[in-house]
Design a protein. Structure first.
Length: 167
């Protein structure tokens, strides 16, 4: 059964909270292996698993069985890199943390921007090293690689957005 064929609740009322926490830790480990800081990764995955559109630091702390201060610190990192947003409550210091519904596309777009910056900086390196030097030739190939990946990513994301997920 595809995600679009499931009921809106998707069986949330029958979830095992311990299994959800195990999943959070398991996916967090994968993100950490890829270089994602552990606490922000736990928060990122917790938000990904939440049915609610946003969670407070207290809710995240309870789910992750950690301190609100730890959540606040990890959330600050996620805010800085643009993977979540925070919305305040009127007349309260409480923040509601939220992921974009297109968070994975956002991540790919951020990575693409990084590749574009790398290619520009590496192109400067080619000029400095000399385009015909062995190092300049290697660097030219790297620039070409990042430019290719970036160009392909634009088309890939466009095709993704054009998919009809309501079949």
């Amino acid at each position: 059964m595809s995600a679009s064929q499931r009921s809106p609740s998707g069986g949330a009322e029958h979830r095992d909270p311990a299994a959800v926490r195990r999943f959070i830790e398991s996916f967090t480990a994968l993100l950490a292996q890829a270089g994602f800081p552990r606490t922000p990764a736990r928060i990122f995955v917790a938000l990904l698993t939440a049915d609610d559109r946003s969670l407070t630091a207290a809710q995240l702390a309870e789910l992750l069985q950690t301190s609100p201060a730890s959540v606040s610190s990890g959330a600050r990192y996620l805010l800085q890199v643009g993977l979540i947003t925070a919305e305040g409550e009127p007349r309260s210091r409480r923040q509601h943390y939220r992921q974009s519904p297109t968070v994975w596309q956002d991540i790919v777009t951020l990575r693409d921007r990084q590749f574009t910056r790398w290619a520009a900086e590496l192109a400067d390196g080619v000029r400095i090293l000399g385009p015909e030097s062995p190092a300049g030739l290697r660097m030219t190939e790297t620039v070409r690689y990042f430019e290719f990946i970036s160009a392909e990513m634009v088309g890939l994301l466009k095709r993704w957005r054009q998919q009809d997920f309501h079949e």
